[in-house]
Design a protein around this ligand. Structure first.
Ligand code: 5CA
Ligand code: ZN
Length: 409
């Protein structure tokens, strides 16, 4: 699958700082020390509806991770998937009388447009679940041959007991896991499973649903977690730097994915850090496609809002907090963008050297965007009060805001 076009990332004077970021598995900040090529996997969309501000906020966080790495002169190897076959997608297509492949293609195309407009860096490998099936089947067969998977009425399940590290990503107890499993695509109450938490690796073909050749597994389609594992192992290998997604993916998705990969390879860990963005809500509820309480990026863009303002609105809350999208959040961002643009429109201004370091420091400290925005606000206020005459300083600010925050002034 093709991704979307990259926007330029200007190089900045001096050197960036190494990222410290909150890791769900250890429950605290970790200093990442990637090699010259940092490796990141971010879970992509299930394309049955348009990109909403919650999705955008999550992708924003992982875009910033990459911008911090690029600023340290590392290269970034970024992989993202598209869950282009899964229950919610098939259900929506049936509900609306659409062909599921057309629905997936249309929403994926819209996602690319939204990401481009928001200046999100594209992955080098943007891979669909369907195109990964030939790589998924042998992984499931290997798990079964190792005794880490078993068959139940034609379906194949992963045995969570096969991974001694199972539970370490989310740190949840069995009761909490069981509840979340039922809520998030699992089937803990299905009779005959070895452990209620065991997730499906391969679902035998169902009447009226798409299915693919699964070699010794029989016709069927892949489970959700193995999809991301197959893609990540294929393009990044074990021990990559960051596995990312919203906090609703910590369990079961990232927990199960880590266990699949660890059981397959006998190596640990799957990812060095599991990083999760908070949930964006609307009117007191998590914004979600299934609830339908959505503010779409594409709709707000069509209403004439500059994507740079949307981006500033996303930056205005810390990525790990749960927060509410409101008209006021957007109005504040529109106002801030205008203020910043006015401040960089003059040829000279207050020195930008300290500001670049402040933005760098804020982002390196667990992506503290609210502090980064306040630092730029202070510089803009000084500019407005005629606080400096350094030639070219506004240009340095523009480039720093572009390179580090993805906002074109
Ligand atoms: N295709 C799977 C991942 S493999 C999936 O979860 N797709 S999704 O379309 O439901 O979500 C895409 C990303 O957006 C995930 O990282 C998810 O955690 C995140 N996300 C979904 N809703 C919200 C929300 N309200 N706030 C923040 N992030 C969200
Ligand atoms: Zn995923």
């Amino acid at each position: 699958m093709h991704a979307w076009p990259a926007s330029d990332v200007p190089a900045l004077p001096g050197k960036g700082r190494d990222l410290k970021i909150h890791d769900t598995a250890t429950g605290g900040p970790v200093s990442l020390d990637p090699g010259p090529v940092a490796r990141i996997y971010v879970c992509g969309i299930t394309p049955y509806d348009a990109t909403h501000m919650g999705h955008a906020a999550t992708y924003n966080a992982f875009d910033l991770v990459q911008r911090v790495w690029l600023d340290t002169k590392r290269q970034v190897h970024y992989v993202q998937n598209v869950t282009d076959v899964d229950d919610p997608l098939l259900e929506r297509a049936i509900r609306d009388g659409h062909d599921w492949t057309e629905l997936a293609e249309r929403e994926t195309a819209l996602f690319r447009e939204d990401m481009t407009a928001l200046r999100m860096l594209p992955p080098q490998h943007y891979i669909g679940a369907v195109e990964s099936i030939p790589g998924i089947v042998p992984l499931v067969e290997r798990l079964r041959d190792k005794g880490a998977a078993y068959e139940l009425e034609g379906d194949v399940y992963f045995s969570v007991e096969a991974d001694p590290h199972f539970g370490e990503v989310s740190g949840l107890d069995a009761d909490a896991m069981r509840l979340l499993s039922a809520e998030r695509g699992g089937d803990p109450d299905r009779p005959g499973k070895k452990n209620p938490l065991d997730p499906m690796l391969w679902m035998a073909a169902r009447e009226g649903e798409p299915s693919w050749d699964g070699a010794s597994l029989g016709r069927g389609r892949p489970g959700w977690h193995i999809e991301c594992v197959a893609i990540a192992l294929d393009h990044l290998g074990m021990g990559f730097d960051v596995q990312g997604g919203g906090s609703d993916l910590a369990f079961p998705h990232h927990e199960m994915g880590a266990s699949h990969a660890q059981a397959l390879t006998g190596e640990h860990p799957f990812a060095k850090a599991y990083v999760h963005a908070g949930m964006v809500g609307l009117d007191g509820e998590k914004m979600s496609k299934s609830r339908g309480n959505l503010v779409f990026v594409s709709k707000v863009r069509r209403d004439g809002v500059d994507p740079a303002a949307i981006r500033l609105a996303l930056h205005s809350h810390h990525y790990r907090s749960d927060w509410e999208w409101t008209d006021q959040v957007l109005a504040d961002a529109v106002e801030r963008l205008a203020r910043w643009r006015a401040a960089v429109s003059r040829p000279d201004g207050p020195s930008a050297d300290a500001l670049v370091e402040e933005i760098r420091e804020a982002l390196a400290n667990d992506l503290d965007t609210p502090s980064a925005l306040r630092a730029v606000d202070r510089w803009a206020a000084l500019q407005q009060s005629d606080g400096g005459t350094q030639e070219g300083a506004p240009g340095v600010v523009s480039r720093a805001v572009d390179a580090l925050l993805g906002v074109a002034l």
